[in-house]
Each structure stands twice: as C-alpha cells, then as structure tokens.
Design a protein around this ligand. Structure first.
Ligand code: C2E
Ligand code: CA
Ligand code: CA
Length: 581
C-alpha cells in the first residue's frame, strides 16, 4: 500500500514496549515498517525530528507531568503527526469515536494484535513525511556533545559497516537520582553537574571514542573494533568511569556524590538495528540500577524474557485489582497469658482465574516494583476495616487486625490522609488496626516514614516491627519511633529449641522489648516445644502453624467463637510452664 517502509515513532518508557510493538509489526504481512523508539523524556524528544515520522505510537508514560511536557514538545515541533495511543483501559472521559474522527486512535492493550495495529496504521499514518529540516541541531547545547539524533545516525553508520558480530558495543551511562539534584539545588546546579559528568566520562575514554548526551541524564558511547570483540575495551572504560565517579562533584558550593548505572549491548548479529541496540543497553542499564552504587550489566537475552514475564504479570495484577480477585486470609495471634485469640494478621492472596490461589511470593515484589502495591494496599486496608466492623457486630470488639504495609506505600504523598479517610468512613477507633512494617521499610524511607508513622499513630493505629532480628535497625532509632510491638522473625523461632544462639537471641529480644514497654510476638511457631519455650520466657503473643495456618475470614470468626480454642492446643504446655515459674 505504501510502496516503502512506513516510519513510526514509539514514545514509551520501557524497551519492553518497543519489543512488543516491534513483534506486532513483524507479524504484519506485506508491509514494511521502520520503528524508532523515543524514551519518555522531553530532552530526548527535543533532538528527535518528529515531523519525519508518519505516525507516533504513544506507549506507557506513567508520570503525568512528563506526559504533558512531551505533548507540549510535540506541539512546539508543529509535527502534526497522528498519534495512536496504547492504553490498559479506555479512559472514561474520552469519546473513542470522536478521537477516531480526528487524527488519533486509542487501542486497548488487551486484544491488541498485528491486525488491530495494522488497521490503525492504515487508517491514521500520513502518506508522506516532511523533509528533514536542514537546520535541525546535531549538538546538545549544554555540553556541546552529539545529541541523540546525531548519535543515532553515527551508530547507524557504524552498524551498517560492521562485518563481524561482537565488533560494536554500545554503552549507556545513566546518572542515578539526578532529579533530586535539580529539586534540592535548582536547575542551574543540575546543568553544571551534567557538564562536569560529561567531562569526567570523556576523560575516561580513549582519544578515538566519543561520548554523546542522548537524554536529560543519559550518555552513550560506541566502541568498535573491526577485528572482533570489543568487550574488553568496554570493560576498561567502565572501570575507569566507576573510579572517576568516586570523587565528589563541586556543585553549588557543595560536594555532591553521584552514582551512575551502565548497560552495555553488543551487536550479536550483524543486522541489528540502532533501536534494538539502544533497547538492549537500556534494559541492561535498568537491571544495573536496581543495585545501590555504581554498577553495570552486559545485556543478555534472558533479561528480555524476564522483563516480558514481569510486564505481563503487572498487567494481570492491574486487572486483578479491578476485578477484585484479591482476598484476605487471617492468621490468629494468641495471647499466651490470657489464653485467647487477641488478633490476626491479614495476609493477602490472589484468586487467579487460571492459576488458582496464589501466595504473596508470586506477586508482592512485582506489585511493589510497579507501584501497584499502592492501590492494592488501599484495598487491603479498606477490606480489613470492613472485616473489623463485622467482627464487632459479632461481639469481638477488641480483636485487633494487623495489615502489612510496604515501603512503596509510604512514597505515596497521600498515604496518611487516605488512611485517615478510610478509618473515618469505616468508623474504626483507636487500637483496632495495626500496621506491620519491616526494619528495611523504616530504614529505606528514613525521615518520611518517621513522620508518617507518628501521624498514623496519632490516628490510633498501632505500629509493629515485622521480621525483627533480620535487619539492621538501631535501638536508638526504634526507641524514637512510635512502635508498640516487636515481631520476632520466624527464622529464630523455628530453631529456638535446637540452636542455643537463637534461644539466647529470642530471650534477649523479649527482655529488650519489655524494657522499652513493647509487646513481643513470636512468629512461625510450629511445635509444642517452641510454644513452651516462648511461654517460659514470657513472650506475649504467638502466631504460627502450631495454632493455625492463615484461614479465610469465616473460619477466623468460627475460631474466635470457640472458647476452648487455645486450651485444646496448649493446656498441657501451659500447665507445665506455669508450674516451673
Ligand atoms: P510476613 O509478614 O512475615 O508473614 C508471615 C508469613 O509466614 C505468612 O506467609 C505466613 O503464612 C507464614 N507463616 C506463619 N506462620 C508460619 C509457620 O508456623 N510456619 C511457616 N513455615 N510459615 C508461617 P505468606 O502469607 O505467604 O506471606 C508472605 C509475606 O508476604 C509476608 O511475610 C509479607 O511480607 C507479605 N505479605 C503478605 N500479605 C501482605 C499484604 O497484605 N501486604 C503486603 N505489603 N505484604 C504482604
Ligand atoms: Ca507481617
Ligand atoms: Ca513476618
């Protein structure tokens, strides 16, 4: 239909989307497409001549501010290129038909296949493109280095000439936490820092290697060797860059320490495209970024497989939240002085339509990484509050429910306010709800968590420190926070009768907590011997399979109704331990 390759620009945060769209385009018979990928970053778009494309595909851009800036930049370039948007669900405020009558379309990700995409391209892509504006800039004004467009062209030429695999290496260098510098010291300081970093990277390269600035805080270097492997040359430069970053940068009268994350891709095949190289290096860089400090990763194809699995899971979790596939199970907590169930921990489960009931280990980490734990977390808190009210109507007014809260939830600026709204809407009074946080959560988020914890505690929520003993919290820190309960980690409890060191640790934690006027809960007690040890050492509460596995809400209500529930389990143990004390 078109006669030659249709030029399409994809604007998306992640390379996985580039691969997905690329695969769909490959599945279209009889037409040829040339897909370019532009990261969701205004400075990248600035050096992309959008008017040379026949169609823009808009993938995921999660930050609304960035999305707005990108739209402004598209307007500034007066590109008038039709846009096809990929979305998870149809936005309520957009009239799809009206959008289609204009120069744009919205395609749902679910059900998106090659045919659907082909129809949209045929309908919307422009038949001709503007010629490349002659004066389009090739240098980045701030650093004087090549900009993204110029770099792409250089890389394309190098790849075209590459005759052997592994003879071209692309290194991406991304400055970590750069936004924080702009936010704390102002844009001027951020600009100065970029210039200094550019200079430092340049000083780590050999004379024939050139660095380009291809994004706001991203640099790229090409390595080439006509004879074959360039890997060792890459490694030498990377080590030099890491070394050079160890010195602080003098910016705005401060000595700022910065880290970079690096990803490297090789031309494994000789026909690899510029965008595929960029996508591979970008993925490796993102994996390097997960570790603290300066790190690097060489791209391997397993990375793509893993990322695609995660992306699919993310979409499924999003759907699962919408269609209420999650449910709460409850594990009773037994007060071994009063001999009764005094509370329960809420543990989320996913009733997956095809995979059955899934434990948190299958989805919590991905929900945290993608930020989906925030909406899921609100659902959990809301649901726990509803169940608290139902327990009250059955006469169990003083049973406390504990919800696990992860560090990501504290990053939501509205966290405390939203929790306050849920509590007031559900009429939850002080002392009925508890939040369990791990030591890592308290340490990672630092002051922000400290403040939120104080406010949550003022709302009447008790705070417990989960998995205690496995992290690095200092007692001075714990003492300053409104923590009322320590939960001893299962790893100590499970070996308390077989390992003397663990027994000593557990006794020490119990004494310490009591001296700080905190309650102690032992998690994961499975045997009568362990429970006996805990009774003897004056632990306050026990939670574990010995008494009950996590159960559905109806079962929890039944257990609460059984007066002799605890007695049946531990009468003999308690009698023995009481006789001894
Ligand atoms: P956790 O908070 O340490 O929860 C205790 C885990 O230990 C639960 O696993 C529970 O079923 C298990 N457990 C309890 N007693 C015993 C025992 O006697 N023996 C053994 N072998 N295991 C026992 P689960 O439900 O698979 O939860 C795993 C983790 O997932 C939780 O660890 C928590 O970190 C996370 N999680 C669970 N629900 C939520 C939630 O609603 N929100 C968040 N953010 N995380 C959650
Ligand atoms: Ca917990
Ligand atoms: Ca725990």
């Amino acid at each position: 239909m078109w006669g030659r390759a249709v030029r399409i620009l994809l604007i998306a945060e992640q390379d996985v989307e580039f691969r997905m769209v690329g695969d769909l385009l490959k599945g279209i018979q009889g037409e040829v497409y040339q897909l370019s990928w532009c990261q969701a970053d205004v400075s990248v778009l600035e050096s992309t001549a959008v008017s040379r494309f026949q169609l823009v595909i808009w993938g995921s851009v999660s930050d609304p501010h960035i999305a707005r800036d990108i739209l402004t930049e598209l307007g500034r370039q007066q590109a008038n290129v039709p846009i096809v948007m990929l979305v998870d669900e149809a936005p309520a405020h957009v009239d799809l038909e009206a959008a289609r009558r204009g120069e744009s379309d919205i395609l749902l990700r679910t059900g998106l296949d090659s045919q659907v995409l082909q129809r949209a391209i045929r309908r919307f892509a422009r038949k001709s493109v503007d010629p490349q504006p002659a004066e389009f800039p090739t240098a980045d004004p701030l650093t004087g280095l090549s900009n993204r467009q110029d770099f792409r062209e250089q890389l394309a030429r190098i790849l075209d000439n590459a005759e052997t695999p592994e003879s071209v290496g692309l290194l991406l260098v991304d400055v970590d936490q750069f936004k924080k510098v702009n936010a704390s010291y102002g844009q001027g300081a951020g600009d100065a820092l970029i210039q200094l970093i550019a200079e430092r990277i340049r000083s780590c390269l050999s004379a024939h290697q050139r660095v380009a600035r291809i994004g706001g805080n991203e640099f790229a270097v090409v390595f080439q060797n006509v004879m074959g492997s360039v890997e060792s040359e890459c490694r030498v430069s990377i080590e030099r860059i890491i070394q050079s970053m160890s010195r602080p940068f003098p910016v705005a009268q401060h000595a700022i320490r910065m880290n970079v994350s690096m990803g490297i891709a090789m031309n494994k095949e000789t026909d690899v495209t510029v965008d595929a190289m960029l996508a591979n290096a970008d993925m490796a860089m993102r994996i390097a970024k997960r570790e603290k400090g300066c790190n690097y990763q060489f791209y391997t194809s397993d990375m793509t497989d893993a990322a695609q699995t995660i992306l699919k899971l993310e979409a499924e979790i999003r759907r699962g939240i919408r269609s209420e596939e999650f449910e709460l199970h409850y594990q009773p907590r037994i007060d071994i002085k009063q001999n009764r169930i005094v509370g329960a921990e809420c543990l989320v489960r996913w009733r997956h339509p095809t995979r059955g009931l899934l434990a948190p280990s299958h989805f919590i980490a991905v929900a945290e990484e993608s930020g989906l734990i925030v909406p899921l977390g609100y659902w959990i808190i809301h649901h726990a509050c509803k169940d608290l009210n139902e327990l009250a109507t059955k006469g169990h007014h003083d049973v406390q429910l504990a919800v696990n809260v992860s560090f990501k939830q504290f990053q939501d600026k509205n966290f405390v306010q939203t929790v306050a709204n849920i509590l007031s809407k559900q009429g939850i009074t002080a002392g009925r709800l508890e939040f369990e946080l791990t030591e890592t959560t308290m340490m990672i988020e630092g002051q922000a968590v400290d403040q939120s914890l104080r406010k949550l505690s003022e709302l009447g929520i008790d705070i417990s420190l989960d998995d205690f003993g496995t992290g690095y919290s200092s007692f001075a820190h714990i003492q300053r926070l409104p923590i009322s309960i320590l939960k001893i980690d299962r790893s100590f409890v499970s070996s308390v009768t077989t390992n003397e060191d663990d027994a000593t640790i557990v006794k020490a934690i119990i004494n310490l907590a009591h001296s700080l006027s905190m309650q102690v809960i032992a998690e994961g007690a499975e045997t009568a011997e362990q429970v006996e040890f805990l009774c003897l050492n004056k632990c306050d509460q026990v939670q574990g399979y010995f008494f009950s596995k996590p159960v559905i809400f109806d079962t929890l209500k039944k257990l609460l109704g059984q007066e002799d529930f605890v007695d049946r389990h531990i009468q003999s143990i308690l009698a023995k331990s009481r006789a001894l004390t």
